[in-house]
Structures are given as C-alpha cells and as structure tokens.
Write a protein that binds this ligand. Structure first.
Ligand SMILES: Cc1ncc(COP(=O)(O)O)c(C=O)c1O
Length: 388
C-alpha cells in the first residue's frame, strides 16, 4: 500500500487545479466572474459553491489554497477568508445565535477578544472569559446554553498553553462546538482536529503565508460545517482574493521547513536569554520551567517560533532594547521569514492603563520575539548587543 504522504509533501502538492499546460506553479485566476456556456451550467456551478462561478462564491486559485490548508490540518473542508479576523468571524457566526453562550480563553488575540467581549453581546450572545491553563475553568463556566468553546494555544503574551484534548472533550460532552485558533502553533506543530477540536481557524497572514506579504485567514473542519461557512462568506463578503491565495500557495510550500527552523531558533534564543544577566524572565513553552511545558510536550511537535522575555529596567529599558535591534524589526505580526519584536508597554498597549496591562500579564519590560528564518547566531548576537 502507498505510504501516507508526509507534511512537507502535502504542503507542496495537496489539492487539484487542472491546467491544460501542466503549469507546476498554479495559475492565478485573477477574475471576479466566470462565463458559462448554458443557463443549466451556470445554475449547476452556482449550486456547487466550489466550481468557478463568481469569486465571492468560489475561484479555482482560492479553492486550491483551501484544499492545501485542509490537507495540512487533516480536515475534510476549508474556506479561505480575507483575513484571520474574517476566519474567526466566519467560524463563530456560523455557529452562534442570539441567546447562546460562549466560553473563551481570556488571553485570545485582541480582535477575537473584542468580538466576544464587545460585538457579540450587541447581538445577544454572552461570553465568559476564563484562564485557559486549567481545563477545569472551562468546565466551571459551561452553561446549558453554551454553544461554543474557544481555544487559542500558545497564546499571548506569556505563551499560555491550553490542554486541547481536555477542553475539546468537555466541549463535546456539553454539546458545544469547539473552535481552536491554531495560528501560533501551525499545523506542523499541532493538529487540533486530531485532538478532538471541531473547527480550526488561522490567521494565514502569519506562518502559513510566512513572508509578511499577505493578509488572509482560513477555517478548516468537517464538511458538514461548509454550507454555514459559505453562507457567511456570501452574505458578509469576507472572501479571499485570488492573488493573495496564490501568494499563500507559494508561501505554504515551505511552512514545514520554516517552522522547523523557527522552533529550533526560538528554543536557542530562549536558552540564551534565560542565562542573560539583563533578562529577568523568559516565557517559552519549550523551557522545562514554563507552566504549560508538560501539556505542550504532549500536543506539540515543536514549541513554536514565539517567545517573550522581561528585560530588567522596565519600560525605558524595553523601549531601548527594541529600538537598538538590527535584524529584528520593531513591528506587529509574527510567523514570517523576518524576525519581529514588539514591546507592548510602549507600542501596542501604550494607551492601555498600566494596571489593566499588568493584569493581562504584560509587564513594563516585556518584549515578544517572533523569530524568522535568519541564522540563529546573527539573532543571538543582535539580542546581545541590544541588551548591552
Ligand atoms: C492568534 C491570532 N489570531 C487571529 C489574528 C487575526 O489575523 P489577521 O490579522 O490576519 O486578521 C491574529 C493576528 O495577529 C492572531 O495573532
């Protein structure tokens, strides 16, 4: 019997797009609409939601990228969306109705936090936010009307780890749909569907695209969810455009290679920073003293490319370090070939009251590093000179 293809083989080949010329790199169907020879053919394509009809419904380049992401996540189905937040919205709004309740990790991505905390209450959907590091907190928050359980692991800013299998199990027992944001982990490190989660979402802007050159999202899971996702895309219109889908197809081919490298580099930087006299604390799930290390070891192939550390000297020291880095750019986002750093207290969270920021685990000197694919020695040297 033929071997089941490995991750990198799927990343390069999965999906089908018939091309009469045999193009090895897939064609970009940069068109908003498609002509059909007969009325019947048009009606057939409209009903299929997967064949070329109108790009907000389906487009061959986008479709190929959807098949590729589905293969990497071990999913039956996938839809590509205009951004990661569009993916979160599609996954959530296709499930919840007015009167429903959601249980969500308190440290999810800020846009997701806003969706559950501020926008959905206006539609009659209430959310309980929990510390996700103990599955018991999810269990305690469940109500008879809980329809959705939301997980994101590892999560900002201290790379909090959620036991995916445990939370998925209790979600299933409660009759809820469990959605996991797998952006930080990537399907190379973790496959949430295999751990019992119902639906996976991605900011494909990050590791899947991998080059800081596109904004896209993806939702993956059982085919039974597909009509609901497609309805959201058709009605709210957050569909992916063909050119971005093509950029994703180009980038995703190397996701396994990049993430393998990023796992190793992040670990080396974490070890280096832990020994550095100007660093007070390092957060990386690959370190044995990280509170989520044991769970991470069970559910992750590698520990990811993001780490955080607290530089001694507080706000001013944090600001100086990120401004002095040479290779690591001061920019939000993560998952691309270039290393990026953020110092939340002086940039993304500068307008958040200090007490609130500290409650969220963002101390004055906390710096997040999202490693790229540069030579680890250069990144180590860069951090060393900036800390000096
Ligand atoms: C974990 C996570 N989920 C979702 C998003 C939203 O993705 P996008 O910016 O592609 O809309 C982000 C963006 O930073 C993220 O980090």
């Amino acid at each position: 019997m033929a071997r089941k293809p490995g991750f990198n083989t799927l990343a390069a080949h999965a999906g089908e797009l018939a091309d009469p010329h045999g193009a090895v790199s897939p064609p970009i169907y940069q068109t908003s609409t498609f002509a059909f020879p007969t009325v019947e053919e048009g009606a057939r394509r409209a009903a299929s939601y997967s064949e070329a009809f109108y790009t907000r419904w389906a487009n061959p380049t986008v479709r190929l990228a959807e098949q590729r992401v589905a293969a990497l996540e071990g999913a039956e189905a996938c839809v590509l969306t205009a951004s990661g937040m569009a993916a979160v919205s599609v996954a959530v709004l296709s499930v919840v109705r007015a009167g429903d309740h959601v249980v969500c990790a308190e440290c999810v991505y800020s846009g997701t936090f806003e969706l559950f905390g501020r926008v959905l209450p206006r539609l009659g959907i209430q959310t309980t936010f929990v510390d996700p590091t103990d599955p018991e907190n999810y269990a305690r928050a469940l109500r008879p009307n809980t329809r959705l359980v939301y997980v994101e692991t590892p999560a900002n800013p201290v790379l909090a780890i959620t036991d995916i299998r445990a939370v998925a199990e209790l979600s299933r027992a409660a009759g809820a749909v469990c959605v996991a944001d797998n952006t930080f982990a990537t399907p190379y490190n973790t496959q949430p569907l295999a751990l019992g989660v119902d639906v996976v979402v991605h900011s494909a802007t990050k590791y899947l695209g991998g080059h800081h050159h596109l904004v896209l999202g993806a939702v993956a899971g059982p085919a039974s969810f597909l009509p609901g996702w497609r309805e959201q895309l058709r009605v709210f219109g957050g569909c992916a455009d063909p050119f971005s889908a093509w950029l994703l197809l180009t980038g995703i081919q190397t996701v396994g290679l990049r993430v393998e490298r990023q796992n190793a580099t992040a670990r080396a930087l974490a070890e280096f920073l832990r020994r550095h006299p100007r660093v007070e604390r390092v957060y990386y799930p690959g370190l044995a003293d990280h509170p989520g290390h044991d769970v991470a070891r069970r559910q992750m192939r590698g520990f990811g490319g993001v780490l955080s550390f607290e530089v001694a000297g507080g706000l001013e020291a944090g600001r100086r370090v990120v401004e002095r880095l040479r290779w690591m750019k001061l920019a939000v986002s993560l998952g691309g070939v270039h290393s990026l750093v953020t110092h939340a207290a002086s940039t993304t969270h500068v307008h958040v009251p200090r007490e609130e920021r500290l409650r969220a685990g963002i101390s004055d000197g906390l710096i997040r590093v999202a490693v790229g694919i540069e030579d680890p020695e250069d990144l180590l040297e860069d951090l060393d000179q900036a800390l000096a």
